[in-house]
Write a protein that binds this ligand. Structure first.
Ligand SMILES: C[S@@+](CC[C@H](N)C(=O)[O-])C[C@H]1O[C@@H](n2cnc3c(N)ncnc32)[C@H](O)[C@@H]1O
Length: 256
Protein backbone atom coordinates (compact mmCIF):
# COMPACT_ATOMS: atom_id res chain seq x y z
CA UNK A 1 0.00 0.00 0.00
CA UNK A 2 1.38 3.45 -0.91
CA UNK A 3 1.94 6.07 1.79
CA UNK A 4 -0.78 8.76 1.96
CA UNK A 5 0.20 12.18 0.60
CA UNK A 6 1.00 14.82 3.22
CA UNK A 7 1.91 18.51 2.64
CA UNK A 8 2.77 21.40 4.91
CA UNK A 9 0.30 24.25 4.73
CA UNK A 10 1.78 27.75 4.54
CA UNK A 11 -0.33 30.03 6.70
CA UNK A 12 0.55 33.32 5.01
CA UNK A 13 2.14 34.51 1.75
CA UNK A 14 5.62 33.00 2.15
CA UNK A 15 6.76 30.12 4.35
CA UNK A 16 7.95 30.84 7.87
CA UNK A 17 11.31 29.53 9.09
CA UNK A 18 9.50 26.78 11.01
CA UNK A 19 7.42 25.73 7.98
CA UNK A 20 10.51 25.58 5.73
CA UNK A 21 12.49 23.67 8.35
CA UNK A 22 9.70 21.12 8.76
CA UNK A 23 9.44 20.73 4.98
CA UNK A 24 13.19 20.04 4.79
CA UNK A 25 13.22 17.65 7.73
CA UNK A 26 10.28 15.60 6.53
CA UNK A 27 10.93 15.98 2.80
CA UNK A 28 7.32 17.13 2.35
CA UNK A 29 6.12 19.86 -0.03
CA UNK A 30 4.89 23.27 1.11
CA UNK A 31 1.45 24.23 -0.13
CA UNK A 32 -0.78 27.32 0.14
CA UNK A 33 -4.47 27.06 1.03
CA UNK A 34 -5.34 28.10 -2.54
CA UNK A 35 -3.51 25.00 -3.80
CA UNK A 36 -5.47 22.58 -1.57
CA UNK A 37 -7.79 20.51 -3.75
CA UNK A 38 -10.31 18.09 -2.21
CA UNK A 39 -8.38 14.99 -1.16
CA UNK A 40 -5.12 16.24 -2.67
CA UNK A 41 -3.00 16.03 -0.62
CA UNK A 42 -4.80 13.58 1.66
CA UNK A 43 -3.37 15.21 4.82
CA UNK A 44 -1.69 18.46 5.72
CA UNK A 45 0.39 19.63 8.64
CA UNK A 46 -0.12 23.18 9.83
CA UNK A 47 1.36 25.38 12.59
CA UNK A 48 -1.48 26.91 14.60
CA UNK A 49 -1.62 28.89 17.84
CA UNK A 50 -2.02 25.61 19.72
CA UNK A 51 0.87 23.83 18.00
CA UNK A 52 1.64 21.66 14.99
CA UNK A 53 -1.57 20.02 13.82
CA UNK A 54 -2.33 17.14 11.47
CA UNK A 55 -5.50 17.53 9.43
CA UNK A 56 -7.29 15.26 6.97
CA UNK A 57 -7.95 17.19 3.76
CA UNK A 58 -11.48 15.87 3.69
CA UNK A 59 -14.53 17.96 4.58
CA UNK A 60 -16.20 14.85 6.09
CA UNK A 61 -13.45 14.46 8.69
CA UNK A 62 -13.60 16.98 11.50
CA UNK A 63 -10.93 17.69 14.05
CA UNK A 64 -7.17 17.79 13.94
CA UNK A 65 -4.42 16.04 15.84
CA UNK A 66 -2.27 18.19 18.11
CA UNK A 67 -0.14 16.80 20.92
CA UNK A 68 -1.04 18.76 24.05
CA UNK A 69 0.21 17.35 27.34
CA UNK A 70 -1.66 20.07 29.24
CA UNK A 71 -5.00 19.10 27.66
CA UNK A 72 -7.95 18.64 30.01
CA UNK A 73 -8.10 14.94 29.19
CA UNK A 74 -4.46 14.20 30.01
CA UNK A 75 -4.50 16.48 33.06
CA UNK A 76 -7.49 14.50 34.38
CA UNK A 77 -5.79 11.17 33.65
CA UNK A 78 -2.58 12.36 35.31
CA UNK A 79 -4.48 13.45 38.43
CA UNK A 80 -4.61 11.87 41.87
CA UNK A 81 -5.56 8.42 40.65
CA UNK A 82 -2.57 8.08 38.33
CA UNK A 83 -0.83 5.33 40.32
CA UNK A 84 -4.06 3.31 40.35
CA UNK A 85 -4.25 3.27 36.56
CA UNK A 86 -3.69 0.00 34.78
CA UNK A 87 -0.78 1.29 32.69
CA UNK A 88 1.12 2.30 35.82
CA UNK A 89 0.25 -0.93 37.63
CA UNK A 90 1.26 -2.95 34.56
CA UNK A 91 4.79 -1.51 34.40
CA UNK A 92 5.24 -2.45 38.06
CA UNK A 93 5.95 1.00 39.49
CA UNK A 94 4.13 0.14 42.76
CA UNK A 95 6.06 1.74 45.62
CA UNK A 96 9.11 2.49 43.51
CA UNK A 97 9.76 6.10 42.61
CA UNK A 98 11.07 5.49 39.12
CA UNK A 99 11.74 2.93 36.40
CA UNK A 100 13.63 3.04 33.12
CA UNK A 101 10.99 2.46 30.48
CA UNK A 102 11.23 2.16 26.71
CA UNK A 103 8.01 3.09 24.92
CA UNK A 104 8.82 1.25 21.69
CA UNK A 105 5.74 2.50 19.79
CA UNK A 106 5.35 6.07 21.03
CA UNK A 107 2.54 7.33 18.75
CA UNK A 108 1.17 10.61 20.12
CA UNK A 109 2.96 10.02 23.42
CA UNK A 110 0.01 9.86 25.83
CA UNK A 111 1.11 6.62 27.47
CA UNK A 112 4.75 7.71 27.57
CA UNK A 113 3.73 11.01 29.14
CA UNK A 114 1.61 9.33 31.84
CA UNK A 115 4.54 7.05 32.68
CA UNK A 116 6.80 10.09 32.97
CA UNK A 117 4.21 11.90 35.11
CA UNK A 118 4.27 8.88 37.43
CA UNK A 119 8.05 9.26 37.77
CA UNK A 120 9.49 6.97 35.08
CA UNK A 121 12.41 7.90 32.83
CA UNK A 122 10.91 7.23 29.41
CA UNK A 123 12.69 6.74 26.11
CA UNK A 124 10.21 6.95 23.24
CA UNK A 125 10.69 5.53 19.76
CA UNK A 126 8.45 6.47 16.86
CA UNK A 127 9.10 5.26 13.34
CA UNK A 128 6.62 7.41 11.40
CA UNK A 129 8.10 10.80 10.47
CA UNK A 130 4.83 12.77 10.67
CA UNK A 131 3.79 11.26 14.01
CA UNK A 132 7.32 11.88 15.31
CA UNK A 133 7.08 15.56 14.26
CA UNK A 134 3.73 15.98 16.06
CA UNK A 135 5.09 14.41 19.22
CA UNK A 136 8.33 16.37 19.11
CA UNK A 137 6.34 19.60 18.77
CA UNK A 138 4.12 18.60 21.71
CA UNK A 139 7.17 17.85 23.84
CA UNK A 140 8.77 21.20 23.01
CA UNK A 141 5.59 23.00 24.07
CA UNK A 142 5.32 20.72 27.10
CA UNK A 143 8.69 22.06 28.28
CA UNK A 144 7.03 25.50 28.47
CA UNK A 145 3.77 24.22 29.96
CA UNK A 146 2.55 23.71 33.51
CA UNK A 147 5.12 22.80 36.17
CA UNK A 148 3.95 19.16 36.33
CA UNK A 149 4.10 18.81 32.53
CA UNK A 150 7.54 20.43 32.33
CA UNK A 151 8.78 18.05 34.98
CA UNK A 152 7.36 14.99 33.18
CA UNK A 153 8.53 16.00 29.70
CA UNK A 154 12.04 16.56 31.05
CA UNK A 155 12.06 12.80 31.80
CA UNK A 156 11.05 11.93 28.21
CA UNK A 157 13.52 11.37 25.41
CA UNK A 158 12.19 10.93 21.88
CA UNK A 159 14.00 9.31 18.96
CA UNK A 160 12.74 8.76 15.45
CA UNK A 161 13.50 5.09 14.93
CA UNK A 162 12.00 1.70 14.31
CA UNK A 163 12.36 -0.39 17.45
CA UNK A 164 13.22 -3.54 15.53
CA UNK A 165 15.96 -1.83 13.55
CA UNK A 166 17.32 0.17 16.50
CA UNK A 167 17.14 -2.58 19.15
CA UNK A 168 20.76 -3.70 18.88
CA UNK A 169 22.01 -0.15 19.62
CA UNK A 170 19.65 0.52 22.53
CA UNK A 171 20.64 0.55 26.21
CA UNK A 172 18.82 -1.87 28.42
CA UNK A 173 15.50 -0.91 29.97
CA UNK A 174 13.69 -2.42 32.92
CA UNK A 175 10.37 -2.26 31.11
CA UNK A 176 9.42 -2.11 27.43
CA UNK A 177 5.92 -0.98 26.49
CA UNK A 178 4.41 -1.90 23.13
CA UNK A 179 1.13 -0.51 21.82
CA UNK A 180 0.73 -2.24 18.48
CA UNK A 181 -1.61 -1.04 15.80
CA UNK A 182 -5.08 -2.53 15.92
CA UNK A 183 -8.21 -1.63 13.96
CA UNK A 184 -10.47 0.80 15.80
CA UNK A 185 -13.97 -0.43 16.35
CA UNK A 186 -16.69 1.93 15.02
CA UNK A 187 -18.18 2.23 18.53
CA UNK A 188 -15.11 4.00 19.84
CA UNK A 189 -14.69 6.18 16.75
CA UNK A 190 -16.13 9.35 18.28
CA UNK A 191 -14.19 9.36 21.51
CA UNK A 192 -10.90 8.51 19.81
CA UNK A 193 -10.94 11.03 16.99
CA UNK A 194 -7.21 11.66 17.17
CA UNK A 195 -6.43 7.94 17.08
CA UNK A 196 -8.78 7.55 14.11
CA UNK A 197 -6.97 10.24 12.16
CA UNK A 198 -3.68 8.63 13.11
CA UNK A 199 -4.99 5.30 11.90
CA UNK A 200 -6.00 6.87 8.58
CA UNK A 201 -2.51 8.33 8.21
CA UNK A 202 -0.76 5.09 9.08
CA UNK A 203 -3.17 2.96 7.04
CA UNK A 204 -2.69 -0.75 7.19
CA UNK A 205 0.96 -0.55 8.27
CA UNK A 206 1.81 -3.96 9.58
CA UNK A 207 3.45 -4.47 12.94
CA UNK A 208 7.05 -5.53 12.63
CA UNK A 209 7.21 -9.30 13.02
CA UNK A 210 9.07 -10.43 16.12
CA UNK A 211 8.58 -7.16 18.03
CA UNK A 212 7.35 -8.93 21.19
CA UNK A 213 10.13 -11.55 21.14
CA UNK A 214 12.70 -8.80 20.68
CA UNK A 215 11.24 -6.77 23.56
CA UNK A 216 11.29 -9.85 25.80
CA UNK A 217 14.94 -10.29 24.95
CA UNK A 218 15.82 -6.62 25.66
CA UNK A 219 13.76 -5.82 28.79
CA UNK A 220 15.35 -6.72 32.12
CA UNK A 221 12.09 -6.96 34.09
CA UNK A 222 8.97 -7.04 31.94
CA UNK A 223 7.22 -6.23 28.69
CA UNK A 224 3.79 -4.62 28.68
CA UNK A 225 1.58 -4.94 25.60
CA UNK A 226 -1.48 -2.72 25.27
CA UNK A 227 -4.46 -4.42 23.66
CA UNK A 228 -8.10 -3.62 22.98
CA UNK A 229 -10.11 -5.18 25.82
CA UNK A 230 -11.53 -8.04 23.76
CA UNK A 231 -8.50 -8.68 21.52
CA UNK A 232 -6.67 -11.96 21.77
CA UNK A 233 -3.22 -11.85 23.34
CA UNK A 234 -0.58 -10.46 21.01
CA UNK A 235 0.86 -13.15 18.72
CA UNK A 236 -1.06 -15.71 20.82
CA UNK A 237 1.50 -15.67 23.66
CA UNK A 238 -0.26 -15.89 27.04
CA UNK A 239 0.69 -13.08 29.42
CA UNK A 240 1.77 -13.68 33.03
CA UNK A 241 -0.83 -11.18 34.21
CA UNK A 242 -3.34 -8.77 32.63
CA UNK A 243 -4.84 -5.49 33.81
CA UNK A 244 -8.25 -4.91 32.22
CA UNK A 245 -9.95 -1.55 31.86
CA UNK A 246 -13.18 -0.46 30.21
CA UNK A 247 -11.71 -0.33 26.70
CA UNK A 248 -8.13 -1.50 26.88
CA UNK A 249 -6.07 -4.19 28.53
CA UNK A 250 -2.41 -4.33 29.50
CA UNK A 251 -0.82 -7.76 29.15
CA UNK A 252 2.33 -8.21 31.21
CA UNK A 253 5.11 -10.63 30.28
CA UNK A 254 7.78 -11.08 32.94
CA UNK A 255 11.25 -11.61 31.57
CA UNK A 256 13.26 -14.55 32.87
C1 LIG B 1 -1.25 2.67 18.56
S1 LIG B 1 0.01 3.89 18.29
C2 LIG B 1 0.68 4.18 19.88
C3 LIG B 1 -0.15 5.13 20.70
C4 LIG B 1 0.55 5.53 21.98
N1 LIG B 1 0.60 4.45 22.94
C5 LIG B 1 -0.07 6.76 22.60
O1 LIG B 1 -0.31 6.76 23.83
O2 LIG B 1 -0.29 7.75 21.88
C6 LIG B 1 1.30 2.97 17.57
C7 LIG B 1 2.47 3.81 17.06
O3 LIG B 1 3.60 2.98 17.02
C8 LIG B 1 4.36 3.27 15.88
N2 LIG B 1 5.11 2.05 15.59
C9 LIG B 1 4.62 0.85 15.18
N3 LIG B 1 5.63 -0.05 15.08
C10 LIG B 1 6.78 0.59 15.44
C11 LIG B 1 8.13 0.17 15.55
N4 LIG B 1 8.50 -1.07 15.21
N5 LIG B 1 9.06 1.06 15.97
C12 LIG B 1 8.68 2.34 16.29
N6 LIG B 1 7.39 2.79 16.19
C13 LIG B 1 6.45 1.93 15.78
C14 LIG B 1 3.34 3.65 14.83
O4 LIG B 1 3.93 4.47 13.81
C15 LIG B 1 2.32 4.39 15.67
O5 LIG B 1 2.56 5.77 15.70
Amino acid sequence: MSEPSVSILIRSGSPTVAESALSNTLGLPLISSAELAPGNPEFYLCYTETGLSLNANDARVSGAVVVDFDSKKLTRRAGDGLRQQNLIKAVGLKKRQTLRVLDATAGLGSDGFLLARAGCEVRLLERNAVVHALLEDGMQRGLKGSAATRDAVSRMQLTRADFVQAAAQLDSYQVIVIDPMYPLRPKSAKSKQSMQLLQRLLGETADAPGILELALHKATERVVVKRAKQSPSYTGLSPDVSFKGSSSRFDVYLTP
